[in-house]
Design a protein. Structure first.
Length: 193
């Protein structure tokens, strides 16, 4: 850094020397023009060096700070850009990974959907079998009940016909005395039992 502090005074001096070197040789030679006055030129150069030194003294620090701050700002901006670039790369990698896993995720969802559909189908089939068994059992019970009712009706009808036929036979074969005897006999059996 100290090297650059001395450069603050050397730079204007170099500039002045360059200005002197830039003066054409014809202007210094005697010819059509009057010879330059070296004393005036030296005072002007000295005046410029002093002006440049004062300007550098007052503005040099500000210029250094400005360029230093500008450099640091650019550096921090570049660091920020690098950080954002790294974050963007991470996000891109995450998105690419997610895109790559979408096929596997889709397959897993399809497999899960198929398993759920199969379970639902099994549930529906089991419920249908249960309802069918229940309907068959109910039909069997209804058929048994109807069979019993028909059997009871048939039995009653047969009993009625037997009674009617027996009554006809007995009326034809029994006379009034036999009838009285049969009734008394039946009453005795009923009372004893």
């Amino acid at each position: 850094m100290s090297k650059w502090r001395h450069a603050g005074f050397v730079l204007p001096l170099v500039f002045c020397c360059a200005a002197l070197a830039a003066i054409p040789a014809e202007a210094l030679a005697s010819g059509e023009h009057a010879a330059p006055r070296w004393g005036d030129f030296v005072w002007r150069v000295l005046n410029f060096i002093i002006f440049a030194g004062i300007l550098w003294y007052f503005v040099g620090g500000l210029a250094k700070r400005f360029f230093k701050n500008r450099r640091e700002g650019i550096k921090s901006e570049l660091d920020g850009l690098e950080a954002r670039r790294a974050a963007a790369r991470e996000k891109l990698a995450a998105v690419e990974k997610r895109i790559a896993s979408l096929d596997a995720e889709r397959e897993a969802i399809l497999a899960e959907s198929k398993a759920q559909a199969e379970a639902l189908r099994q549930g529906i089939v089991e419920e249908a079998r249960r309802q069918a068994a229940q309907i068959v059992e109910q039909a069997r019970l209804t058929a048994e009940n109807e069979g019993r009712a028909v059997f009871a009706e048939v039995r009653a009808a047969i009993a009625d016909e037997i009674v009617d036929a027996t009554e006809k036979i007995l009326r034809a074969k029994l006379d009034a005395g036999d009838h009285e005897k049969l009734i008394a006999n039946s009453l005795t059996k009923v009372v004893l039992h």
